[in-house]
Ligand binder design. Structure first.
Ligand code: ZN
Length: 247
């Protein structure tokens, strides 16, 4: 079984389509780790596309806030502006779809799906010390998380915690990670629609469970087309500019 693992799409349909085109024919089941919406110009289009894929999806903090389950008071003013815009755009059936999304952690075929951390869907796992709790608490050796928009992750073997840095070149393509026995993994596919690891390309994972190989993918997309739609929608300049910076 090969899983296409998407996270943090953030209403960026162009990036999502580029990722799906690159992954075409290489996966059997799609997974989304949350934050379908927020920040970008295409909330309905992205929700429609994920629904059409029949992806197994958990909610992210932006999904929860943009569909009105919780308020945006913890968000910074720029993010809150995008929330308000997204709330006005979402069609009722897409709002209901987001409201019904389950929170993580979710167990799926020996994997654990998380938006932030095992104990808190809003927690950012960036440093190894922050990863340790989820590595110890997850109910399976193989967990996937999002929220930070940083592709990579952590492994834990023989009481040694290691950071995983995918090593790919400037070409579109993937870097393979071989899953070792008796090792725990907490892996982040990166963000499809708003990368923050200094690489502006769309990020995702294809996990080949039968062959125990995790492919970390990076794919370019037409950033300017998204920036133009964001400008026309009146979304904040800093959100428009950061797409090309990958920050
Ligand atoms: Zn996010």
């Amino acid at each position: 079984m090969r899983y296409l693992i998407l996270s943090d799409i953030h209403s960026n349909l162009t990036a999502l389509e580029a990722a799906l085109a690159a992954a075409e024919g290489r996966w059997d089941k799609a997974i989304c780790l949350g934050d379908l919406v927020g920040y970008g110009p295409d909330p309905n289009e992205v929700v429609d596309r994920i629904r059409a894929l029949d992806a197994t999806t958990i909610r992210g903090n932006h999904d929860r806030v943009c569909c009105g389950l919780t308020d945006a008071e913890d968000f910074n003013p720029v993010a809150r502006g995008a929330v308000n815009w997204t709330r006005q755009q979402l069609r009722p059936e897409n709002q209901e779809y987001l409201q019904a999304l389950p929170p993580g952690p979710m167990n799926l075929n020996g994997m654990v799906l998380i938006h932030g951390a095992v104990r808190d869907e809003d927690e950012y796992v960036i440093a190894p010390g922050q990863a340790l709790a989820s590595l110890l608490e997850a109910s399976s050796d193989l967990s996937f998380f999002g929220h930070t928009h940083l592709q990579g992750g952590f492994s834990f073997h023989d009481n040694q915690l290691a950071v995983i840095h995918p090593k790919y070149g400037p070409q579109a393509g993937f870097w393979p990670l071989h899953v070792e026995k008796e090792t725990r993994y907490l892996l982040n596919p990166g963000s499809v629609g708003q990368p923050r690891d200094g690489d502006a390309r769309s990020a995702f994972i294809i996990a080949d469970i039968d062959h125990q190989i995790i492919e970390y993918w990076r794919v370019p997309y037409e950033i300017r087309a998204v920036q133009q739609r964001m400008f026309r929608a009146g979304l904040h300049e800093s959100l428009i500019l950061r797409l090309a910076l990958g920050r």
